[in-house]
Design a protein around this ligand. Structure first.
Ligand code: CA
Length: 425
């Protein structure tokens, strides 16, 4: 597990003044990586680090010599820690130096791309609260399948339709069969939903045939971002048996632009515990360090901005608060399980955690849970209601970590907007 060093010292300040604002999500203790270019430019994306309301152009600092994020992510854990210390030092000292200031680009002057090339994407199902609530709707007699407490369940998703925060996408069309209908119809989904997830990025790859043991699993992880796995709930039940999710999921997923590294998250670790009476993980999913500090205390929020709120100049309404801590499986267990059969993970591969619902009904990470399958409309403060998403609705995910003795850090935003459906003929 990553240890705490001088880069986490809560007293550290930067010569970038906005990084010292107590409200910033990007103080000098965070240093998340993303890819950007100046707004209006058409050239290749460059690697930057968010600092306050600025971006530090890393190639311009000469701390790295590549614009290939996947190459940077593949570095050894020691090299990654060395780079973090070098960036921290650069942003601590040398503020009077005009050359250092020339390496900054205002975030308001930049557009962000996906943080890396994502070769493969796997979505897990790590919240037992989500699995149980959703299972009840699909199989009331048998909500939690018998494998759940033994296997970190997942499926292979599609990387090509993953976009970056700020995007919009059309409401998907698909086959929909009402429970009382004799045959399906094709048309726009009427039950469009979001899923609150964390995206986990693989850094150091493993060879095909090489199982990554638990004690090494986390050293293969570069960092995390917020992830919205948009889902069409009326396409899903008709298509999901026997091979799992398909077109109900792969039309769009949205990532926040900044990868918060596992090193930055070191002060926000928690013990991994199983409820009394549950089976303990099999040996390949167990380690002392995982038990001691395998979980991450990341607070999560879901915000909805309807077109009516936008017209009234309102930022939106918070629907839910949740926490990654409540997941049933850890990041290390996802890596160990994914590779136990010898599957090779590559630098830039993305894992979704699955919908991160908490134990309480109001901590639901999807509308499917929050509206009880569309039966209980959600009452919004401006008088509107929602069961599922309507055209023009914008969903914003937020995440942050705060603890006594540590500087608060944040993930930025993961924002996506639903457009009307396009013709499917
Ligand atoms: Ca999902």
């Amino acid at each position: 597990m990553n240890s705490i060093d001088e880069t986490h010292d809560p007293a550290l300040e930067s010569w970038v003044e906005s990084a010292n604002d107590p409200a910033t999500e990007f103080p000098i203790q965070n240093l998340p990586f993303g890819r950007f270019r100046r707004a209006g430019e058409t050239g290749a994306l460059r690697i930057g680090v968010a600092i306050g309301d600025q971006i530090l152009d890393l190639v311009a600092t000469r701390l790295i010599d590549t614009d290939d994020m996947n190459r940077l992510m593949a570095a050894s854990p020691d090299d990654r820690r060395r780079l973090r210390r070098a960036i921290s030092t650069f942003l601590r000292d040398g503020g009077a130096d005009q050359r250092a200031r020339d390496c900054l680009v205002a975030q308001s002057d930049a557009e962000m791309g996906l943080p890396c090339h994502i070769g493969d994407y796997t979505d897990f199902y790590t919240s037992i609260h989500h699995a149980t609530t959703v299972g009840k709707q699909f199989r009331p007699e048998n909500p939690l399948l018998p494998n759940y407490k033994w296997v970190p369940i997942g499926y292979h998703g599609r990387a090509s339709s993953i976009g970056v925060s700020g995007e919009s996408f059309p409401r998907p069309n698909g086959q929909i069969k009402a429970p009382d209908a004799e045959a399906p119809r094709v048309g726009p989904t009427r039950r469009l939903d979001y899923e609150l997830e964390i995206g986990v990025f693989i850094g150091t790859p493993n060879e095909r045939g090489e199982a990554v043991p638990m004690d090494e699993a986390e050293s293969r992880v570069f960092g995390m971002a917020l992830f919205n796995d948009w889902t069409a709930r009326d396409i899903q039940p008709w298509e999901y048996q026997p091979l799992g999710p398909f077109l109900s999921k792969n039309f769009a997923s949205t990532l926040s632009p900044w990868i918060v590294t596992t090193e930055a998250l070191a002060p926000f670790r928690s013990a991994f515990v199983r409820p009394a009476g549950d089976p303990q993980p099999l040996p390949y999913l167990d380690s002392a360090s995982n038990r001691e500090a395998g979980a991450f205390d990341i607070q999560l929020e879901i915000w909805l901005q309807t077109p009516k709120m936008r017209e009234a100049g309102q930022a939106g309404e918070r629907l839910v608060r949740s926490n990654f801590n409540d997941a049933y499986w850890t990041v290390a267990q996802m890596v160990a399980h994914h590779t136990v059969n010898g599957c090779n993970l590559q630098s830039g591969d993305l894992f979704g955690t699955g919908t991160l619902s908490g134990p309480d009904a109001e901590q639901a990470g999807s509308l499917l849970e929050l509206s009880e399958g569309g039966k209980k409309p959600i009452q919004l403060a401006n008088g509107e209601t929602r069961t599922f998403l309507e055209d023009g609705d914008c969903i914003v995910l937020r995440g942050y970590c705060e603890r006594n003795g540590a500087r608060r850090i944040g993930f930025g935003e993961c924002r996506g907007t639903v457009l009307p459906a396009r013709s499917h003929r």
